[in-house]
Design a protein. Sequence first.
Lengths: 214, 214
Amino acid sequence: MSLGVREPVADSSRADILRAAATCFMERGYASTSIDDVARSLGATKGRIYHHFPSKADLFAEVFRAGMDMNYQAVEPYRHLPGPALPRWRKMAMVHVLQMIDTKPFQRAVWIGVEMHLRGATTPAQREVFNELLEYRSTYGRLFRETLLQGREEGVFRFDDMSIANQLMFMTLNSPIFWYSPRVGETRSDIETIARQVVDFAQGGLRGTQENPI
Amino acid sequence: MSLGVREPVADSSRADILRAAATCFMERGYASTSIDDVARSLGATKGRIYHHFPSKADLFAEVFRAGMDMNYQAVEPYRHLPGPALPRWRKMAMVHVLQMIDTKPFQRAVWIGVEMHLRGATTPAQREVFNELLEYRSTYGRLFRETLLQGREEGVFRFDDMSIANQLMFMTLNSPIFWYSPRVGETRSDIETIARQVVDFAQGGLRGTQENPI
DNA sequence: TTGACAACATACTCAGTAGTATGTTCATCA
DNA sequence: TGATGAACATACTACTGAGTATGTTGTCAA
């Protein structure tokens, strides 16, 4: 068994399924997306999906995990930037927003997953997998939380309730997954302009001073 | 046929169904909510639902409409408040946020409906009903849009792209439908404190000056 | 060249669900 | 007082969709 040669092929097929599934989940939601839908969008049949994933719930969980991985890897390089909190927060927020735009289908799946978990959906068996993923998400949230706290101490952020401020901030930073859609002839610079407006809005909401923008 | 006597009873039953349906749609989403679920939550059966509503899609549309009606009626008294834009905007925003909290199940249904429409769900037949409801929603959005524009002219709001600012503002003001849940022993004053923080965040995001708060 | 297995496709089962057809009950009115 | 219809409940149909069981094909290792 020459794993070194064959696994990349399988992994590529798996990745294709994940992408297609993410798009389907984004377009129709979890419940309304059938395995046949995902397969059809790949020009394949159920067999291919169930060969790689044991169930619909597992497929969804993998999409969720992939989305979170992308976020974590994007923000990780900046979480320990030395110096004051504001420029670090801006950099992290900017990278986060760009991730929302660049990997929208996966991020919508993450959103759907969080909603489902809050509603108490999923079976007890899948619940365990979900709890791990939600823990993952909490860890990610903490990266921002720490910077928020430091920013408040430094006087660049002013807010009453940390929990509410955190909710509102993420709501703003995540929102492009709902309203962003690419325009024809759009450049990378255009996208960055959009992202900057989102970050500015969040900063203003947190009562961030306008000095020292990246 | 003595309509004057009997219709109130039917209307009350209808209203009960709408409330139950709104809660079910909030808890499980549209697709995962079965008519039997709604009936069971009322201690009734399908027959009762289908006696008052021709289909699941129509039931959902009525929940949507009820939610929008509540919003419109809550904001209507303040849309023509004379004077500068900022206090009017704050009042409208405050009332809107309180509506999100007070009628959360209906507002979640409105959200779900908008998402479904954007994804192009619903049959062509239901599409027409939905288009009317979405038009209703657009009209509601315009109430805020006008005040935003006036506020920008008066220099109390500063934002680049009107469309993006509007999206971010509504995202913030609507967000309690996702993260708010009542605490034990919570007073009306506590709720108003939460709502005020949401409005403050949105105002900050729009670069609203902090002077003249209500 | 031949087994063996990965990577699928095909053909089923079965549970859940929207919608319908048909009772049943009770208040009202002629 | 008997007929009528509103307001339901009950019993059914038809279909969709998750999951499974079983083919089929191409590739690699011995």
